[in-house]
Structure formats: structure tokens, C-alpha cells
Design a protein around this ligand. Structure first.
Ligand code: HEM
Length: 366
């Protein structure tokens, strides 16, 4: 009798393990797809193709970009103010096809999680990710209908980064293995938790500043580095640059702000980068010193490499006047830095200090 119960428990545990692994692999694939969607979005914006299709979700009412003279004639009668430019329509539509596929995969994941909710999967996390996809679809639509209003473009980019992060975290929760650390190291890492979360906050703020820089076309407001057009502290219009209530329309392609406002945005992103280097750099140095020789050290080194590359790409954006490949890579590496910090946060999250251990022991004894 006891043996039968043991066997059934083992079977159940094995099944839970399989379900978690399957869902984790799907979440990982979806995270990669989401990263591609974000990069395609950056490519579309940098090609000035964000309004390549004036409607949503179709393109001039078609499921693809109208190409034949007949289709183009129909499209232009439907949208007489927006002549068809085939080369601008395709980046936008390819971004939408990939985003649509991602939506299907994420809804599939949420459904799978719900079906197996009694088998130890984080179903709430999967459902929240599906909710994020719905929000992103709305932001994608408003990006077009509000004609690249910077607030919406920035929110859409931040939503994309959030989606990649939620999916990566989901796969980490399902597949990740926490490092086995000595008790002493765990206690020291527990003291570092607030620093890790603060560094994560600084990176998120810098990403928001980057999104604002990109959506207001402030990338080449300063064309020199480290000075801005030969000045260390150029004239800036911070008030206009960060006016979050600017009116909607007529059309923000290429940006509407004055040059001093764009310089202000650009300079704030540079100062943000300095803050990231100081906060994240110091944290990584301390973490590396503590974790040398353990498996955690390689994640710390990876984060340091990503930070270095991100800074190099940012500077290259400025001095080489925003080459397409560099700008897309800067976008991707921004997501990489965010994920590196989330990964470190996840790994130290379960490290507990002495007080917690003492309290826990006392509770167990009662
Ligand atoms: C320290 C870490 C940094 C992070 C996390 C970061 C993040 C970002 C992000 C997320 C974007 C928006 C990308 C897009 O929409 O495609 C961006 C844009 C930009 N960043 Fe950074 N950045 C960093 C450092 C730098 C540095 C050091 C510079 C140059 C001095 C720089 C220059 C730029 C420029 C010029 C843009 C606008 C690019 C565009 O219009 O596509 N960044 N950054």
C-alpha cells in the first residue's frame, strides 16, 4: 500500500517536472521571439517606416503591403493622403507578422499554464504576460493612429522590453537552477539585495530615457563625444524636452521638438549612462569580488561585458551618426543589460541573512 502511494507520488512529481520543462522551453523560445520583435520594431523606426501602413492591423486594408498597380490604386483611393511606399510598408508589416506570431505563442503558453495550474507552474505569471501582449497590441495600434506620438512610441518600446523580461523570467522560474552557495556567501549576498534592486531601477530609468531619445529623434542632437557639439554643457531646453503633455499630432515622424529640447533629452541620456556606469559598475565589482570561484561569478562577468558593449554602442551611435546596425544593436544590448540585471536579481533573491535564518529556525522549533 505504502509502496503504491510512493510510486504514484513519484509519477506525479515526474509529470510536474515534464510540464514545467516543456513550458519553460516554450517560454524561452517566446523570449527569443519577443527580442526579435523588439529589434524589428527598432529597425522599422530607424528606417522611418513607422507609418508605412496608415491603418492597423492591416496595411491599406490588405493583409500584406499592396504591390501590384491594381492593389496600389485601391489602397490610394482608401487613403488618398497617404501614398503607398512599398519599401516602407514591408518593415512595418514584417514587424506585425512577428508580433502576431508572438501573441499566439504567448496565449498558447497562458492556456497551457491554466490547464496545468495544479502541477506547480506559475500560471499567474503566464496570464500576466498574455495581458501585456494585449496592451502591446493597443500601443502598436496607437503608435500608428496617433502618428508616432513620442509618449506612445516610448511606452510601446518599454512594453516590448517588459514582455521580453516577463518571458525570460518565466523560463528562468521554470528551468533555472539556483546556484549552491556557502552559507557565509548567502548571508553576504543577502546584504547586497537592495543594491541589486537599485541598480535594476537605474537601468530601467536609463532605458526609459533611451526610448525618449529615440522617439523624439534626439540621437544626433549632439554629434561629438564626450562633448556635445564642442560644448561640455550646451544650451538646453529641459522643460520642452521633457514636456510629457505635448499635443497629439500632426505627425511626429522625424520629431517636432526644437534643437535645444533635443539636446536636453540627449544630454540626460548621457548623464543617465554615467549613473548606470557608476551604480551598476560598482555593484558588479563588489559582486565579482564576493563570488569569485563560484558559478555566480560568470553571470556577473556576463553582465559586465554587456554593460561595456552597451556603452561602446551608445558612443558609436553618436560619433558615427547613428548607423542602422549600431542603433539596432544598442536597442538589443539595452534589453540584454536589463535581462542581466533581472537574472542577477533572481539569483540573489533567495539568499537570506542571519536574522531570517534565526527567525525561521525558531518558527520550525515551535
Ligand atoms: C548605460 C547604458 C545605456 C542603456 C541601458 C541605453 C539604452 C538605450 C535604449 C533602450 C535606447 C532606445 C533604443 C531604441 O529605441 O531603439 C537608447 C537610445 C540611444 N542611446 Fe542609449 N543607452 C545606454 C548608454 C548610452 C550611451 C553611453 C550613449 C552615448 C553617449 C547612448 C546613446 C544613445 C542614442 C544616441 C540613442 C538614440 C538611438 C536611436 O535613435 O535609435 N546610450 N539607449
Amino acid at each position: 500500500m505504502e509502496r503504491a502511494a510512493h510510486l504514484s507520488l513519484q509519477k506525479r512529481l515526474h509529470r510536474c517536472h515534464l510540464v514545467r520543462r516543456r513550458m519553460g522551453l516554450w517560454a524561452l523560445a517566446a523570449a527569443c521571439l519577443a527580442a526579435m520583435v523588439v529589434m524589428l520594431g527598432a529597425f522599422t523606426r530607424l528606417e522611418n517606416a513607422g507609418l508605412g501602413c496608415p491603418d492597423w492591423p492591416g496595411c491599406y486594408g490588405f493583409l500584406h503591403v499592396p504591390q501590384s498597380p491594381h492593389a496600389i490604386a485601391i489602397a490610394e483611393t482608401r487613403f488618398p493622403d497617404d501614398p503607398v511606399v512599398v519599401d516602407k510598408g514591408w518593415p512595418e508589416m514584417i514587424h506585425r507578422y512577428f508580433a502576431g506570431t508572438l501573441g499566439l505563442v504567448v496565449f498558447g503558453l497562458a492556456f497551457y499554464g491554466w490547464r496545468h495550474r495544479h502541477e506547480g507552474v506559475p500560471v499567474g505569471h503566464a496570464l500576466a504576460t498574455a495581458g501585456m501582449i494585449v496592451l502591446q497590441a493597443a500601443f502598436g495600434m496607437w503608435t500608428v493612429t496617433l502618428k508616432l506620438w513620442p509618449q506612445v512610441v516610448s511606452a510601446h518600446l518599454l512594453g516590448g522590453f517588459t514582455t521580453v523580461t516577463l518571458l525570460s523570467l518565466l523560463s528562468l522560474r521554470l528551468l533555472g537552477r539556483r546556484p549552491s552557495l556557502s552559507r557565509g556567501l548567502e548571508i553576504r549576498l543577502a546584504h547586497m539585495k537592495p543594491w541589486v534592486y537599485a541598480a535594476l531601477g537605474v537601468v530601467i530609468a536609463q532605458i526609459a530615457l533611451g526610448a525618449w531619445t529615440a522617439s523624439n529623434y534626439a540621437a544626433i542632437a549632439c554629434t561629438h563625444f564626450p562633448s556635445c557639439n564642442g560644448q561640455w554643457w550646451p544650451t538646453m531646453d529641459v522643460r520642452q524636452g521633457f514636456d510629457l503633455l505635448q499635443t497629439i499630432g500632426p505627425n511626429y515622424l522625424g520629431g517636432q521638438m526644437g534643437s535645444e529640447a533635443r539636446v536636453a533629452i540627449h544630454m540626460m541620456h548621457r548623464l543617465g549612462a554615467l549613473a548606470v556606469v557608476l551604480v551598476v559598475g560598482t555593484l558588479l565589482l563588489r559582486l565579482w569580488w564576493m563570488t569569485r570561484g563560484t558559478e555566480l561569478a560568470r553571470w556577473v562577468l556576463l553582465a559586465a561585458a554587456v554593460l561595456t558593449m552597451q556603452i561602446a554602442l551608445g558612443i558609436s551611435n553618436v560619433v558615427f551618426h547613428l548607423p542602422l546596425a549600431v542603433a539596432v544593436a544598442h536597442n538589443a544590448m539595452g534589453a540584454g543589460l536589463l535581462l542581466s540585471m533581472v537574472n542577477l536579481g533572481w539569483r540573489v533573491q533567495h539568499c537570506h541573512g542571519e536574522q531570517w535564518v534565526a527567525l525561521h529556525r525558531r518558527e520550525m522549533a515551535v
